[in-house]
Write a protein that binds this ligand. Structure first.
Ligand code: PYC
Length: 402
């Protein structure tokens, strides 16, 4: 009977001693890259992950999708990702529950309003739907929000971005993995890269916990661990890893169908299809690879949430967790080949905004590998920008990580 079949989402294969491409990192970025490579006919590809698929940043983020960035480069890039996400359930034949319920970034000071106005104008110029709205319109979109003058920082305005929303992040990872596998990609969870070989200015091999692989192309898609993996190839990245924490409440009757972000209060809130509230804050202020949760985070984030939604004061917290984020100095990612090391390709520096970029990053890194040409949309994010003095400053648009 078809409903009792337990087909595996992806197969277990033997590790070969040579692949055309080795992707380190089995999260949304690595798996999307593999899928788009396979669509281009490049299938002799191994995806390695030291843990289970999607067990790093892909399974720990708060699943917010948006393209309301601050720079033209950022807006163009993330807009392509939103468009790919819109088609993903159909393209991969798997419901990823993308709910484009709209995204609100509130302003609680005059200077924050100016910042949102700049973003709205850049968004509009690049064809992205965003506008600044006042408290009355915010209240219509989110009736339970407190727009009174009671809070210490009352809400003055918000950037409203209708295409933004939330998604089921596990479903995205599984869908990419399943389709990549079907198209012939080899996926190896619990397989750690322990060293990367170089010869004559190129990468030449990856030593793994299960044996050596010869290859001419290695993709580093390891998010919070990207600098440790880059070090295996002898490269130091301008990246510092910080923990980012979040928590989820008990399920509530649906009352919030808009993602709400307050950079001033360092909090973002959304409600899942199951009714739970997913709530997060800024990165922890210290560098660490720890994924432990802390009580001070929970206390401060919960109290800031109550400034926005006093009606939640009796709601119980179900669980909290942490991920780790690879922060760059300009809050933009680093993508492309490393000059001087042929075949070593970076897809890193994703900070607190990596999940929303998975499809576009995967598609464009695959294009770079398949054609040997850097696609225009990722050109601004080359590592060379750090010594060519052309940063892509996105700090003002990073939900709350500052
Ligand atoms: O950039 O939208 C964002 C975000 C939300 C949570 C962490 N980052």
């Amino acid at each position: 009977m078809w409903w009792m079949r337990h087909d595996r989402m992806w197969n277990t294969r033997d590790l070969k001693d040579r692949y055309d491409v080795v992707i380190i990192g089995g999260g949304v970025h690595g798996l999307a890259t593999a899928y788009y490579l396979a669509k281009r006919g490049v299938t002799n590809v191994a995806v390695l992950d030291k843990g289970y698929l999607g067990g790093g940043a892909s399974g720990r983020n708060t699943a917010i999708i948006r393209s309301n960035y601050r720079t033209p480069e950022g807006v163009t890039f993330y807009d392509e990702s939103v468009k790919l996400y819109e088609q993903l359930s159909i393209e991969l034949g798997y419901n990823v529950f993308f709910s484009q319920q709209g995204h609100l970034s509130t302003a609680h000071t005059e200077s924050a309003i100016s910042g949102l106005q700049v973003r709205a104008e850049v968004n509009k110029l690049m064809g992205v739907d965003s506008r600044v709205i006042g408290p009355e319109e915010i209240k219509k979109l989110v009736p339970s929000i407190d727009i009174s003058t009671r809070p210490r920082y009352p809400i003055l305005a918000a950037l409203y971005h209708p295409p933004g929303g939330i998604i089921r992040h596990d479903a995205v990872v599984w869908a990419y993995a399943r389709e990549a596998d079907r198209l012939g990609i080899s996926i190896f969870p619990f397989t750690e890269a322990v060293s990367i070989g170089r010869s004559n200015g190129s990468v030449s091999s990856v030593q793994t916990s299960r044996g050596e692989i010869k290859t001419g192309t290695v993709v580093n898609a390891t998010a919070g661990f990207c600098s440790t993996v880059a070090k295996l190839a002898g490269i130091q990245l301008p990246v510092i890893t910080h923990p980012l924490q979040a928590f989820v409440t008990e399920p509530l009757t649906p009352f919030l169908d808009c993602v709400l972000v307050s950079a001033t209060l360092h909090v973002y809130v959304s409600q899942t299809d199951r009714g739970e509230l997913v709530i997060g804050s800024e990165i922890d202020p210290y560098s660490s690879y720890s994924t432990r949760s802390t009580l001070p985070f929970l206390e401060s984030t919960a109290s800031h949430t109550l400034e926005l939604f006093p009606c939640l004061r009796h709601v119980r917290v179900l669980r909290q967790w942490a991920g780790i984020c690879d922060m760059t100095p300009d809050y933009s990612p680093i993508m492309g080949e490393v000059p001087g090391i042929k075949g070593f390709i970076l897809d890193v520096g994703w900070g607190t905004y990596g999940f929303k970029a998975g499809p576009v990053a995967g598609k464009r890194i695959a294009e770079l590998i398949a054609t040997g040409k850097t696609p225009k949309v990722i050109e601004p994010f080359s590592i060379t920008r750090f010594w060519e003095d052309r940063l892509v400053g996105e700090k003002a648009a990073a939900a709350v990580s500052h």
